[in-house]
Design a protein around this ligand. Structure first.
Ligand code: FAD
Length: 443
């Protein structure tokens, strides 16, 4: 098979990149599952936007503070500066955000934001945005969408990418020749027992990057969300109780129904406090009380959260709900520059799979949809700039041996182990580094 540009992943980053690539190029977007099974559809809370110039410093500082000042300042600046353009684009595609009575955009606040700067659509902002992107992509004659199609490897020679090996919906293996390849494969939650992510998001791009010596960065920076609905069923994807619920006034209680933490601190701080409290109390969860939010507002702003809790035996209007931390987001990933180019020419990484350093050590709530979109369009711009110098290598495809990918289960298991081991090793190196730094008084 052959295409001009191959995009691996149909979440918001993959779709948005496709919509910014030239319409005279054939673009193929593949996804491991169906088109709606991406984390982009799950985003509840919202998407940040720079409201006005007066908010720039505060937004920048909030992002840096949440990221423990390990963020790439240039990436943060780019994300903030390009936010209004991206939102205008989304609105032009038909995305509908909450409005004030006078018709202007309504903003909400989440943990660690010092100002209201988050746009939302009820508590299904990701679905609102991504479904509109998907509709646009489906209407473009130059874009082909392939469901249940998995990238199993890249095809490269001398560190230049020429395409990928795919497992098609019927299980058979094929090569796909492409001038440029975009890795938009989302996060790594499927590798963890408890995660808010779709189970099929297992960091496949990272395993491939490790096999091909593509540079990674901060791969031990894994965010745990403080509040997911506690369930006894460990096979279930953890249901998120959005940060904006706490932003709007919800409180956290220990087993004696006493507060034990400032609920609006950054995620990692709240997570640590909850885990510590669970240990002290000897419990599997803590309690979240949504009742400080006026009932009318709770039902209009968080209808899906309320419905989910009710379906699972708790009515947030009348009682506290049980919550527990779970793996949620991956700040690290495939190292990219400010144009989303990886260390391998003709290969880009965007969205949660990539690490451009925006989030530093910890992501500020509602920055990831925005970051995914901003840097997806920058990758598209970079491709346009470099198309004339593209290298092709059709002979290489005759040499590709597909047999080694035949046992999908074994290959998948090896890939998962490769990623988990790399995360563990990075964690160990980090811990050692921290120990040395603290001994030198640097912490
Ligand atoms: C429950 C939840 C709530 C969230 N809420 C918010 C929020 O309010 N605001 C915010 O900014 N962010 C939020 N996030 C984070 C945000 O949704 C994600 O970071 C973002 O959507 C990632 O987009 P993406 O395009 O990188 O990946 P995704 O949307 O996850 O898409 C990944 C795609 O890659 C495909 N894929 C993976 N591996 C392969 C492979 N080997 N071959 C082919 N296809 C593959 C998948 O099938 C999928 O199509 C939330 C996340 C979750 C889980």
């Amino acid at each position: 098979m052959k295409t001009d540009i191959l995009i691996v992943g149909s979440g918001c980053s993959g779709l948005y990149a496709a919509l910014h690539l030239p319409q005279d190029k054939q673009i193929t977007i593949i996804t491991k599952a169906d088109l709606e099974s991406s984390d982009s559809f799950l985003a509840q809370g919202g998407i940040c936007m720079l409201r006005d110039e007066d908010d720039y410093n505060s937004y920048f500082q909030d992002t840096m503070k949440a990221g423990h000042y390990e963020n790439n300042r240039q990436s943060v600046d780019i994300m903030i500066r390009e936010s209004q353009r991206v939102i205008a684009d989304l609105i032009s595609y038909g995305a509908d955000f909450e409005r004030e009575a006078d018709g202007s955009l309504a903003f909400t606040k989440e943990g660690a934001h010092s100002e209201k700067r988050i746009l939302f659509h009820e508590d299904v902002t990701g679905k609102e945005i991504t479904s509109k992107l998907l509709r646009q992509a489906e209407n473009r004659p130059n874009i082909t969408l392939m469901e249940y199609t998995t990238m199993v490897d890249l095809i490269e020679e001398n560190n230049v990418c020429y395409g990928a090996v795919l497992r098609l919906a019927d299980g058979h293996l094929e090569t796909m020749e492409a001038d440029f390849t975009f890795l938009a494969c989302g996060g790594i939650g499927g590798l963890y027992r408890h995660s808010t992510n779709f189970r099929h998001l297992t960091g496949d791009a990272l395993a491939i990057a490790i096999r091909h010596n593509i540079r990674l960065e901060n791969i031990n920076y894994v965010q745990i969300h403080p509040t997911t609905f506690y369930t006894e069923n460990e096979e279930e994807r953890s249901f998120l109780i959005s940060e904006s619920v706490r932003g709007e006034g919800a409180l956290l209680y220990n087993k004696n129904m006493e507060r034990f933490v400032d609920e609006l601190q950054p995620r990692d701080v709240v997570t640590k406090a909850i885990l510590k409290q669970m240990e002290i109390d000897g419990t599997n969860h803590v309690w979240e009380d949504m009742r400080p939010i006026p009932e009318e507002e709770m039902l209009s702003h968080f209808p899906n959260i309320v419905a989910y809790c009710r379906e699972h035996g708790y009515d947030p209007v009348k009682e506290c709900i049980p919550v527990v931390p779970a793996q949620h987001y991956f700040m690290g990933g495939i190292k990219v520059d400010s144009s989303s180019a990886t260390s391998m020419p003709q290969l880009y990484a965007i969205g949660e799979t990539a690490c451009n350093g925006v989030h530093g050590r910890n992501r500020l709530a509602s920055n990831s949809l925005l970051e995914s979109l901003v840097f997806a369009s920058r990758a598209a711009t970079d491709v346009i700039l470099h198309y004339d110098s593209v290298r092709r290598n059709p002979e290489l495809f005759e040499k590709v041996r597909l047999e080694k990918y035949e046992n999908a289960e074994e290959y998948g298991r090896e890939s998962n182990e490769l990623v988990l081991k790399a995360i563990e090793q990075a964690e160990w190196i980090m811990t050692e580094e921290e120990k040395v730094n603290s001994e030198r008084g640097m912490e």
